[in-house]
Design a binder for this molecule. Structure first.
Ligand code: ATR
Length: 274
C-alpha cells in the first residue's frame, strides 16, 4: 500500500515539497504519496491527528506552525529539542516524533553543495525569529570561529543567544549579539540572511564593506535573487539562495521516514530550472 505523507501549513499552495518528495520517491523507487494540506490557523492539532488517523505516516510542518508543532509531539529528536520548532513529524502508533531538519539542510547546502566551510570562519547570522532558532545548533556544531547574531530588535537577538548558551563553546570566540549599525568596520566570511526582509523586497541595513575576501552571502529565502544577494553580488561576494537548503532539509526528512537518502543535486537543478 502507498504510504501517505503531507506538508501542512497556511498558506501551503506555493510549497515545493510535494514536487521534491515526488522526485525523491521516483529516484529511490519508494511507494509514497505526498500532498499539501492547508490547516486553519487554529487547527493544526485537529488536522495532524486527522491525517495520522487516516493512515498517514509522517508530515512536514511549515509556516506558521513549526513552533506549535513542537508542543504537539510526544518526543523531540536531534536538533528539534533545542530549536523549539519542528518541521518533520513521524507517526508511530500513538507516538508523534518531532525532528527539525532545517539547520542540517542549511549546513549541508553550505558545506557539501557550495563547498563553503563553516569551521574557523567568521559567521554573521541576520535575524532572530523562527528561522534563526532552527539553524543555531547545527551551525555552532560546525565550530565557526565566531558567530555574530545581528537583529534590528536587540532584545530578540539577546534572547536567541541566551537560548543557545550551552552551545557557546563550539565557537572559540563565542556567540555575540550586535545591532546592524555596530557592524561598521567588521568583515565576515559567511553571511546568512535568516530575516524575512527578502519577502518584502528589503534587506537588513548592512555596511558596504561587510564582506571578507571570498565571502559567501546566503539567503534562506528561495526562488531567485533578493535585495541582500544583489547587494552582496555587487560587492564581489559569492551568493546563494535557499533552494539548496529547501531540498536538503527535505532529503533529511525523507531519510528519517524511508531510511534512504535521495540524491539532492538533480532535484536542486530541477527547481532552479522551474
Ligand atoms: P518568524 O519567527 O516567523 O521567523 P519573526 O519573529 O517576525 O518571524 O522574525 C522575522 C525576522 O526578520 C526578525 O529577526 C526581524 O527583525 P526584528 O526582530 O528586528 O523585527 C527580521 N526582519 C524582518 N524584516 C526586516 C528588515 N527589513 N530588515 C532587517 N530585519 C528584518
Amino acid at each position: 500500500m502507498t504510504d501517505q505523507y503531507a506538508v501542512i501549513g497556511n498558506p501551503v499552495a506555493h510549497s515545493k515539497s510535494p514536487l521534491i518528495h515526488a522526485e525523491f520517491a521516483r529516484q529511490t523507487g519508494q511507494d509514497i504519496s505526498y500532498t499539501a494540506l492547508l490547516a486553519p490557523r487554529e487547527g493544526l492539532r485537529a488536522a495532524v491527528f486527522a491525517f495520522r488517523d487516516g493512515g498517514g505516516k509522517g508530515m512536514n510542518v511549515t509556516l506558521p506552525f513549526k513552533h506549535e508543532a513542537w508542543d504537539l509531539v510526544t518526543a523531540h529528536q536531534g536538533y528539534a529539542l533545542a530549536a523549539g520548532a519542528v518541521n518533520t513529524l513521524e507517526f508511530h502508533g500513538s507516538e508523534i516524533i518531532g525532528h527539525n531538519t532545517d539547520g542540517i539542510g542549511l549546513v549541508r547546502d553550505l558545506q557539501d553543495n557550495l563547498r563553503c566551510s563553516i569551521r574557523a570562519r567568521r559567521v554573521l547570522l541576520m535575524g532572530a525569529g523562527g528561522a534563526s532558532y532552527g539553524v543555531m545548533e547545527p551551525l555552532l556544531r560546525e565550530q565557526p570561529d565566531e558567530l555574530v547574531v545581528a537583529n534590528r530588535t536587540l532584545d530578540k537577538a539577546v534572547a536567541l543567544v541566551a537560548h543557545f548558551e550551552k552551545f557557546q563553546a563550539f565557537a572559540p570566540r563565542g556567540i555575540t549579539v550586535r545591532g546592524y549599525a555596530s557592524l561598521r568596520g567588521e568583515r565576515f566570511d559567511v553571511l546568512i540572511n535568516a530575516t524575512s526582509a527578502s519577502l518584502s523586497n528589503e534587506m537588513p541595513p548592512l555596511p558596504e564593506d561587510i564582506f571578507a575576501a571570498g565571502a559567501l552571502a546566503y539567503d534562506m529565502v528561495y526562488g531567485g535573487t533578493t535585495p541582500f544577494l544583489e547587494f552582496a553580488r555587487a560587492r564581489g561576494a559569492q551568493t546563494a539562495d535557499g533552494t539548496g537548503m529547501l531540498v536538503e532539509q527535505a532529503a533529511e526528512s525523507f531519510l528519517i521516514w524511508r531510511g534512504v537518502r535521495p540524491d539532492t543535486a538533480p532535484v536542486i537543478a530541477l527547481l532552479r530550472r522551474a
